[in-house]
Ligand binder design. Structure first.
Ligand code: NAP
Length: 313
């Protein structure tokens, strides 16, 4: 009987193909896999979809023979809600992406903490000495203690911040106080001078930071949101920024992306907008994760990083 090669279809924006294709081929070879990698769908059967939310194929029912959708992004809110998804879905857990996220958050937390902007943006000839507190006196809250949240919380703890994290199920992260539940959320927010959002967007976390919960923060607290735009009620945030309840918000993700040029976040003096770059999937390390999952699927082994569709992440 002829041995058929498994087929993997690359389904992300066309501009990403040259960045990923050589690394995917190298990773398949390193994993001992003979995979046919296709650049676009041509009607023939496909075993594995290497999937991005901006890829051309969003109707999975069109793909005959599909065995699994291997997401290139960590966030899966647009895939789990796709009604044509009937096969296992994995999300991306990429060591490069994890490192990048911890670095992004550390940079923006330190910027607020030491008051970088006051000095970097105010070179006007006036001598205004101001001493920030030490990190040990600046409590930080990290909402979400998964792959990215735990790594980020650990990095912040190493920098000296007292870090309290919050997750759905009980968590243990070295150097981090870990809480859960509604009471835990209130406890984290009530003392966090800086709060970082790294929960996924699900029905349970939509509008997590609403007007009431923004009011639990100590006055003047900073928010760093590399999670998802829908985690924050935009109008409530703008009101809290205007009143001074929130001192600064660094936002990487938005309900509409790209953020429309006339959105009030762009012009708000207390908002920093970054264009969903907190941490991207790194083609080389991510390709190894994709290859390992195809190897597992072909060997009948359980897939890594399977999405719990009931929980939505
Ligand atoms: P993950 O490993 O799945 O971790 C998610 C964390 O959130 C877990 O600790 C989970 O709790 C917690 N959580 C989920 N629902 C919750 C709820 N209802 N209440 C309390 N905690 C809840 O995800 P990840 O890989 O760390 O990624 C987190 C998110 O970052 C992604 O979903 C994506 O939206 C975002 N992201 C953004 C960028 C960017 O560039 N801006 C890049 C990558 C990812 P349990 O531990 O109990 O499950």
């Amino acid at each position: 009987m002829p041995v058929t090669r498994p087929v993997a279809l690359f389904n992300e924006e066309a501009a990403e193909w040259p960045h990923f294709a050589p690394h995917l081929r190298a990773a398949f070879a390193a994993a001992g896999l003979d995979v046919e990698l296709r650049e676009r769908f041509d009607g023939r059967p496909v075993d594995y979809l290497i999937h991005g939310p901006n890829g051309p194929e969003q109707n999975f029912a069109r793909l005959p023979g599909l065995k699994a959708v291997l997401n290139l992004w960590a966030g899966v809110e647009r895939v789990v809600t796709n009604p044509t998804l009937t096969v296992p879905l994995t999300r991306m857990v990429d060591p490069g992406m994890t490192e990048g996220m911890a670095e992004y958050v550390a940079a923006h937390v330190l910027r607020f903490h030491v008051g970088t902007d006051r000095h970097v943006l105010g070179q006007d000839g006036l001598w205004r000495p101001e001493t920030p507190p030490l990190a040990r006196d600046r409590p930080v809250g990290v909402l979400g203690l998964g792959v990215l949240g735990a790594a980020t919380a650990r990095m912040l703890a190493v920098l000296g911040f007292p870090v309290t994290g919050w997750s759905r199920r009980p968590a243990t992260v070295p150097g981090v106080t870990c809480l859960g539940g509604a009471e835990g959320l209130r406890a984290v927010l009530s003392q966090a001078q800086i709060v970082v959002l790294l929960v996924p967007l699900t029905p349970d976390t939509a509008n997590l930071l609403n007007a009431e919960r923004l009011g639990w923060l100590p006055r003047g607290a900073a928010i760093v949101n590399p999670g998802r735009g829908g985690l924050i009620d935009d109008d409530a945030l703008l009101a809290a920024l205007d009143s001074g309840q929130v001192g600064h918000a660094t936002l990487d993700v938005f309900r509409t992306e790209p953020l429309p040029p006339d959105h009030p976040f762009w012009a708000h003096p207390r908002v920093t907008v970054t264009p969903h770059i907190a941490s991207v999937t790194r083609p080389e390390s991510a390709s190894r994760v994709i290859a390992e999952n195809i190897r597992r699927a072909e060997a009948g082994e359980p897939l890594l990083h399977l999405v719990d569709r009931g929980a939505g992440y």
